[in-house]
Design a protein around this ligand. Structure first.
Ligand code: G6P
Length: 227
């Protein structure tokens, strides 16, 4: 698409599973909780939780385990899971950044584009701090900033608004099907991170940032029919 590269002025990144591999820690903590409640759940089921808020994730897990809880109990167990998760991520280091991600962020910065983070996690800032990535983001939207969960595009729209850009001027990077839907619904160009069969709505799917240059990504996107 002619002029696509000039049209793009910002990049919005999801965090868990896109920049840092924290999804495995969420899984460990949720599995521990399920086991304490007397059932198990698989890593495949956990895939469905990517992008969901803490409470929405718990509700889905309780549904799988056929467990009823009052609202107060849900709050209690969400806190228990979060304490385990926070403990698991307490030792995150810059080396936990996913392969190629740091180099890619640097290239976007050098190209003069703005960058935002859009995550449903309330621990997003702490993860960015431990991995030394906080200075890369002009705007950070986390689990405290939003009221609606993906596939509602609220989180991306707030990020674009914070950057002072229109959705058509931003590329969103997402690993979760729900997040990809949210980005497309918001009018963004969406790059899915993962396997194409799980992310059919994305404008382009890449396995990760390893060996990817920003210019190469723009070239690939220019060949797709986007916004
Ligand atoms: C991200 C993750 C989810 C997680 C959610 C809330 O979207 O993909 O797995 O449940 O954030 O995270 P939090 O750290 O606030 O519980």
């Amino acid at each position: 698409m002619a002029g696509f590269s000039e049209q793009i002025k910002g990049c919005i990144f999801n965090l868990d599973g896109v920049i840092v591999d924290t999804a495995k820690h969420h899984y460990t903590a949720w599995k521990r909780l399920a086991n304490q409640l007397g059932f198990d759940f698989s890593i495949e089921q956990h895939e469905e939780l990517r992008g969901l808020s803490r409470l929405a994730s718990l509700e889905k897990i309780l549904e799988w385990g056929n467990v009823y809880m009052t609202e107060a109990e849900k709050l209690h167990w969400s806190d228990v899971k979060n304490n385990w998760y926070v403990e698991l991520i307490s030792n995150l280091k810059p080396s936990d950044v996913l392969p190629g991600a740091l180099l890619f962020l640097r290239q976007v910065r050098e190209a003069g584009l703005q960058m935002a983070l859009s995550s449903a996690s309330r621990s997003a800032r702490s993860v960015l701090r431990s991995t030394h990535l906080e200075p890369y983001f002009d705007v950070i939207i986390d689990g405290y900033s939003t009221r609606k969960v993906k596939p509602d595009p609220e989180s991306f729209l707030l990020a674009a608004q914070g950057l002072g850009l229109r959705p058509a001027e931003c590329v969103v990077f997402e690993d979760a099907p729900l997040g990809v839907w949210a980005g497309v619904a918001g009018g963004f160009t969406v790059v899915g991170i993962g396997q194409p069969e799980y992310l059919p709505k994305a404008h382009l799917v890449i396995p990760g940032f390893e060996n990817l240059t920003f210019n190469n990504l723009l070239a690939q996107l220019s060949g797709t029919t986007v916004a």
